[in-house]
Design a protein around this ligand. Structure first.
Ligand code: AMP
Ligand code: MN
Ligand code: MN
Ligand code: MN
Length: 321
């Protein structure tokens, strides 16, 4: 996003120092509460962040900047999970990860729908050369483009001044999404803030929340598993479902070949970690943890600083190691 695109890495370092001072909550004996950085002192858990965004979707850092920031924060293992693209991955990036001593796993956050709800599935450790997966990424790119056309039309009908080319230029080489529309509305003074833009026109259930372009949950999972990856249900509590509905989603998710769930997503209350841990155990799912980092300066989604997984969970990296 333009606001933070100008931020250089030294400023990111300053942010790191600031967030290191934030005390992390204690959730008793249910989970080992450490920042990912201090997890290095523990014997069992490894420090990982399996959910973050670069400027190849709606994040503001380049993939290499993400690696450097993660390294600075003690992360050992990570995946960059841009929305519906893996264009952030390159041979150069893999080499840079090796030079930094970071284990970089392939990743992607796929948009799909289940019972007419928008759902995100994080794919980890896919073979990015898999022809089926490459085709899937192309299809998602196309879906995002035609969805952006529909969002433009909806916003114009509502009286907003917006042209697709303007929003496309905000997305640059990244996949275009609702945050770019929100940014346009804010930049042009048509909305007071990003969150207002989501609340009024782009957020869940609003006219600009168009889901028709997305594949089914089953298809998204098949793309991931077909490329040898593990499918992880992203931020399960963000869909605001009842627990009954969430269980129904998980039953379908498992049935379709999903094997993981994000137990830790960003800065999270202990009760939520417990709920998600229970679901992971109940459905026999690998547990993942990620910040959902998009931009520096957002303490609720700070790269590499989510608390570690509860001890009873099976970490997702055990799936491939
Ligand atoms: P899209 O991928 O186009 O469906 O847009 C979803 C993205 O919008 C999420 O991944 C978030 O990064 C962002 N987002 C969702 N809700 C909000 C909100 N209320 N305020 C700001 N950004 C949001
Ligand atoms: Mn996003
Ligand atoms: Mn998401
Ligand atoms: Mn995300």
């Amino acid at each position: 996003m333009p606001q933070s695109q100008s931020e250089s890495l030294p400023q990111v370092s300053a942010e790191t120092q600031r967030y290191d001072e934030i005390p992390f909550f204690n959730c008793g004996d249910l989970c080992t509460v450490v920042t990912l950085k201090s997890a290095a002192f523990m014997s069992a858990p490894r420090a990982f962040d399996f959910h973050c965004h670069s400027l190849f979707s709606d994040g503001s850092l380049a993939p290499f900047e993400l690696l450097m920031l993660a390294k600075e924060r003690g992360v050992e293992l990570m995946a960059i999970t841009d929305h519906d693209t893996v264009n952030g991955y390159s041979q150069t990036l893999q080499t840079q990860a090796v030079e930094l001593g970071l284990e970089l796993i392939s990743g992607c956050e796929i948009s799909c729908q289940w019972q007419r709800r928008g759902i995100h599935v994080v794919g980890l450790n896919m073979n990015l050369n898999d022809p089926g997966f490459r085709q899937a990424m192309q299809a998602q790119g196309q879906a995002r483009l035609s969805r952006a056309e529909s969002i433009t039309a909806v916003l114009q009908r509502l009286g907003f001044e917006v042209e697709l080319t303007q929003v496309q230029s905000l997305a640059g080489n990244g996949t275009i999404g609702r945050p770019h529309f929100a940014r346009h509305l804010v930049d042009t003074g048509q909305m007071s803030s990003m969150s207002t833009a989501f609340k009024r026109v782009l957020g869940s259930g609003k006219p600009g929340d168009i889901k028709a372009n997305w594949p089914t949950l089953e298809t998204a999972i098949a793309w991931i598993t077909g490329a040898g990856g593990v499918a992880v249900l992203a931020h399960p509590l963000k869909y605001k479902m009842t627990i009954t509905k969430l269980r129904s989603l998980l039953a379908d998710f498992v049935q379709a070949g999903g094997q993981g769930i994000e137990v830790v997503t960003g800065h999270q209350e202990p009760s939520k970690v417990r709920t998600l841990m229970d679901l992971a155990l109940r459905y026999d799912l690998y547990a993942s943890a990620g910040s959902d980092f998009h931009h520096p300066g957002q303490p609720w989604a700070a790269l590499g600083q989510a608390q570690s997984l509860p001890n009873s969970c099976q970490p997702v990296w055990e799936h491939w190691s």
